[in-house]
Structure formats: structure tokens, C-alpha cells
Design a binder for this molecule. Structure first.
Ligand SMILES: NC(=O)c1ccc[n+]([C@@H]2O[C@H](COP(=O)([O-])OP(=O)(O)OC[C@H]3O[C@@H](n4cnc5c(N)ncnc54)[C@H](OP(=O)(O)O)[C@@H]3O)[C@@H](O)[C@H]2O)c1
Length: 323
């Protein structure tokens, strides 16, 4: 079968399509013919070698891709063969950018008939994350929330969920195309995070009281957002570092200003909780409440282009490979 792999860490061009033996499902695993493989930001950071401190022992060549949808074509020992032929969506250990992938049965969820494969993949990863982040923030109608990177995969879903929670939504996104998308998704105010005075604009829009920041960017952007939080009530949820920089938050200011800072990381959740979030995301997607933006669909041979888009910040919503 064809699978995308990299043989060395480096720029997107290290991704190439290799001919490799078909994988075989082990005990408790399913083999699926992949119809949609999600590009995750973590894949990009792993390929670039930026996660070697947390994942030091990845065997090279490495086959990236952790989110797939597809049809079950075989099952391993201990799995009911009745699963064969079902549409499913789930999380692989690796190797999702491929024609075939092995999925632990425990992560394989039924794919609702009303959802297409790319949308299901977007809901599985970014949808579950967005729901978890909004829950961690305890968002409600009294809140004014600043959503960073509001046209990104997670950000575009956060805007929708924040509106649904009744909050006033200030979206930060870079450039006209992304700002327009954030507006269409329901943001009350949209500021251009590419302009140096965006924090002032966001602060003015909020009437100087941003009660919640949903932060997946890190670096200087996180610091500016942190400074906007209202003393006594402000909460910040950290869920990513798309800039490659850690969030800049002064612990002393957290205490002096009476703020709360919470982290959300799907891999750190108990398995049962993560499954619940994924099921919730698929259900909200299936009922039309949560609508992932599928920014682009590309062939396996275009994996490098997909990673270039994520790194170059030219993507909106979710990018999906269609093997
Ligand atoms: N905690 C979790 O469980 C979890 C789950 C999924 C993803 N994440 C993390 O959440 C973050 C966002 O993920 P995503 O899937 O929404 O990614 P995405 O769709 O690629 O969006 C990332 C956004 O970050 C902004 N950004 C700012 N600086 C950037 C830079 N130097 N390079 C690239 N983008 C930059 C860009 O928006 P602007 O151009 O508008 O600034 C971009 O649209 C990532 O750090 C990812 O690893 C965490």
C-alpha cells in the first residue's frame, strides 16, 4: 500500500509517499481502508522535529497521521468480525496518511450517516478539543471571550461553541480571509491579529473586560491576551502552541490579579473522558450544531503541501488527505 512517511526530521518536503507492506491488525485492532486522514498541527511539529523532547524515541522512517475515517476491511484476534464493512472514525497510534491503517477498536467510533468522512475526522480531533476547552473555561452568557486563531481548525469550532454558550465573542485572526470566516461563524467582533494594535482593539471591543481567553498560539500573542483578562474573574485556557513558543504568563500576575489559568490536552485525558468528548463532537456535528470548516482536501501525494499550509498559516479550518 501507499503511505506517507518521513525518513528524517525537516521541512515539509521530507514527507514522501512510500510503497510499504499492508499493515495487519493485531489483537483488539481493526484494519481500515482510509477514506479521510486529518492533518493535525502536532503532525507538523513532530515532522519538524519540534517534539523530540516529548517523543524522543520515534522510529524513523515515521508514518504520521493520528486521525482517520474509513471502512473496516479486517479485524484482529478478539474483535467481532461483524465490524467488517462498517464506517468508522478513530485515532491511530501513527500511520494515518495511508491507504490502510490499523485502529485500536477502543478508539473506533461509529461514523454517523449524516456526516461525510472529512467532517468526521475534523470532529474527532479538533471538535473534541474545542468542546473540552470550552468546558474547561466554564463559558456562559456573562462572559466576553477572546478566541485566538479563530479561523484555525480548533479556533473556528471554538467560535461556534462560544456563541452557543451565549458568550460575547471576540475573534482574533490574521488577514481578511480569516477575519471574514470568523465573522461568518458568528463572532461579534473580529480583530486582525496581524496588526500590532490588535490587543488595544480587542480590549476596546470588550469594554476592557475580557473574562475568558482561549489560547492555542503561545508566544507574544498569548502574553498580550493574558494582559487583557479582567482582574478577579479572568480565566485562560491553554491548549496549544501553534507559534512554536510556550505561552507567556506571569505566575505572579495570576495571583495578584486573581486569575485562573487551566490547561487542556486531549492526550492527557483518561481514555473514557476522551471518548466522551469525541462522541459529543460527532453528535453535535451530526445534528448540525457544530460545523467544521473543511478548508482543503488533498491527495496523499500532497501531504507536504498540506504541512506547508499549516506552517505558513495559509489554511483555514481543517485540512484532510483523501487517500
Ligand atoms: N490540547 C489539545 O488537545 C489539542 C488538540 C488539537 C490541537 N491542539 C493544538 O492547538 C493549536 C491549534 O491547532 P489547530 O488544529 O487549530 O491548528 P491550525 O488549524 O493549523 O490553526 C493554527 C492557527 O494558529 C495561528 N498561528 C499563530 N502563529 C502561528 C505559527 N507560527 N504557525 C502556524 N500557525 C500559527 C494561525 O492563525 P492566524 O494566522 O490567524 O494567527 C493558524 O491558523 C496547535 O498548537 C495544536 O497543536 C491541541
Amino acid at each position: 500500500m501507499r503511505a506517507v512517511r518521513f525518513h528524517e526530521y525537516g521541512p515539509p518536503d521530507v514527507l514522501r509517499v512510500d510503497e510499504v507492506p499492508d499493515p495487519r491488525p493485531g489483537p483488539g485492532e481493526l484494519l481500515i481502508r482510509v477514506t479521510a486522514a486529518g492533518i493535525g498541527f502536532a503532525d507538523v511539529q513532530i515532522r519538524a522535529g519540534l517534539m523530540r523532547d516529548v517523543l524522543p524515541d520515534l522510529p524513523l522512517p515515521f508514518a504520521p497521521g493520528f486521525e482517520v475515517a474509513g471502512d473496516v476491511v479486517a479485524v484482529g484476534p478478539g474483535v467481532d468480525p461483524a465490524a467488517i464493512g462498517r464506517r468508522t472514525v478513530g485515532a491511530t497510534a501513527h500511520g494515518g496518511y495511508a491507504e490502510l491503517a490499523v485502529l485500536p477498536e477502543a478508539t473506533a467510533l461509529p461514523l454517523p450517516a449524516s456526516l461525510d468522512d472529512p467532517t468526521a475526522v475534523a470532529l474527532l480531533g479538533q471538535g473534541a478539543t474545542a468542546i473540552g476547552v470550552v468546558e474547561a473555561a466554564g463559558l456562559g452568557p456573562a462572559d466576553t471571550v477572546l478566541v485566538q486563531a479563530a479561523a484555525g481548525g480548533v479556533g473556528s469550532l471554538l467560535v461556534q461553541l462560544a456563541r452557543r454558550a451565549g458568550a460575547t465573542v471576540i475573534a482574533a485572526a490574521r488577514g481578511d480571509r480569516k477575519r471574514e470566516l470568523a465573522r461568518q461563524l458568528g463572532a461579534h467582533v473580529v480583530v486582525d491579529s496581524g496588526e500590532p494594535d490588535w490587543p488595544r482593539r480587542a480590549g476596546e471591543a470588550a469594554g476592557a473586560s475580557v473574562t475568558v481567553v482561549l489560547e492555542g498560539t503561545g508566544g507574544a500573542v498569548s502574553q498580550a491576551a493574558f494582559d487583557l483578562l479582567a482582574p478577579g474573574v479572568g480565566r485562560m485556557v491553554l491548549y496549544g502552541t501553534a507559534s512554536g513558543q510556550p505561552p507567556r504568563i506571569d505566575p505572579l500576575a495570576v495571583y495578584h490579579r486573581g486569575l485562573s489559568v487551566t490547561g487542556f490536552a486531549s492526550p492527557a485525558l483518561p481514555a473514557r473522558r476522551l471518548t466522551q468528548l469525541r462522541e459529543q463532537a460527532l453528535a453535535l456535528g451530526s445534528s448540525g450544531v457544530l460545523r467544521p470548516i473543511i478548508g482543503s482536501t488533498l491527495a496523499l501525494s500532497q501531504a507536504a503541501e498540506a504541512h506547508r499550509g499549516a506552517e505558513g498559516r495559509t489554511t483555514v479550518g481543517k485540512t484532510v488527505l483523501l487517500p
